[in-house]
Design a protein around this ligand. Structure first.
Ligand SMILES: [Zn+2]
Length: 335
């Protein structure tokens, strides 16, 4: 599959963080509104993780500036709309955008304000471009449980009105998934589906726990490579694995790209999806991820079709949107 094919084929993206995926132009515009002016080059060094990134901690440092730009309703709307329109241009037909509402409340916005304004930006993008979107709200591991539960309670009121599910993000090594049983028990009680970051930098136990906690999908899941029983469990239970190749290389989830386990998971029957994680921090697009995998002999057009269909199935979209996503795909290829 060449870049032209990868760019033009319909794609589904399920793992994309708003703060890590805001374009440099949008960040520059929002910083300028605060009286902070930067050259593009200067901004890029602040926003992009180096290829030889030392650790997840170094990677996470790149989020400070974009997060400072999404403390206002306008900033949230502009950032969300721009992200969805950018994704639509490379034929992403459905995008689940995730973010931590609690990170945007430093200047007085409520969790509800934050989610509603992201939703407004995404709705506006849906009007202007050929894309459907959904919001995943993230609890953050280093925040106290009360803050995370309060966020979830507020987000629940918007479940079905933009919000499609929830997640837990942050330093998985220091705060393993076993600590968040209460959070996901609450999500279950609310009837909200969830994906959990697992096996990105922690060990395979974290993936196992995520599955035990009832995750419909796991973010990354890299650490379960080589653990056949766990891989088979994901395949048997149809638990989606959201793969983010470039990000996984940068955060040292894999040592070198040849080790990337997408073929292992795919051939075992795991429903995998291909995602960017953080478009700006990782300097990537969904197209780039497919091209990178193709160049490494880990992707072809047949695989991409199954990934599209599996990703639709694994998404938290309504049945109506899932149907439309499959129908438009079939019409495009006249199946
Ligand atoms: Zn992530």
């Amino acid at each position: 599959m060449n870049r032209f094919v990868a760019y033009n084929m319909p794609k589904i993206e399920l793992h994309c963080h708003l703060d890590g995926s805001m374009s440099v132009d949008v960040i520059r515009e929002l910083l300028a509104k605060k009286g902070e002016n930067f050259e593009e080059k200067e901004l890029l060094t602040m926003l992009q993780a180096p290829v030889d990134c030392e650790s997840l901690a170094e990677y996470l440092k790149c989020f400070d500036t974009p997060i400072s730009c999404i403390q206002t309703k306008e900033g949230l709307r502009i950032a969300a709309e721009d992200l969805a329109i950018t994704a639509a241009k490379e034929q992403v037909k459905y995008l689940e955008v995730r973010f931590a509402p609690s990170f945007s409340t430093a200047e007085g916005l409520s969790v509800r304000d934050v989610i509603e304004n992201v939703q407004e930006g995404l709705s506006s993008a849906e009007q202007k471009a050929d894309i459907y979107t959904g919001i995943i709200v993230c609890g953050m591991r280093h925040l106290d449980m009360e803050t995370n539960l309060r966020m979830l309670k507020d987000a629940r009121e918007l479940y079905g009105y933009g919000v499609v599910g929830c997640d837990m993000a942050g330093d998985e090594k220091a705060f393993p998934n076993s600590l968040y049983a209460d959070f996901f028990a609450k999500a279950k009680e609310y009837g909200m589906p969830y994906t959990i970051h697992a096996g990105e930098c922690g060990d395979s136990e974290n993936v196992k726990v995520a599955i035990e906690l009832g995750a419909k999908r796991v973010g990354h899941g890299i650490a379960m490579a080589g653990h056949d029983d766990l891989v088979q469990l994901c395949a048997d239970r149809r638990i989606g694995v959201e793969m983010c190749p470039t990000s996984n290389l940068q955060t040292k989830a894999i040592r070198e790209f040849a080790d990337y386990p997408i073929m292992e998971f795919y051939h075992a029957g795991v429903p995998v999806s291909v995602n960017t994680d953080n478009r700006t921090v990782s300097g990537t697009t969904c197209t780039d991820e497919y091209v990178r995998l193709t160049d490494a002999g880990m992707m072809n057009e047949r695989m991409s079709e199954r990934i599209y269909r599996d990703s639709v199935e694994m998404s938290f979209a309504s049945d109506d949107i899932k149907h439309k996503l499959l129908q438009s795909y079939d019409e495009l290829f006249m199946i």
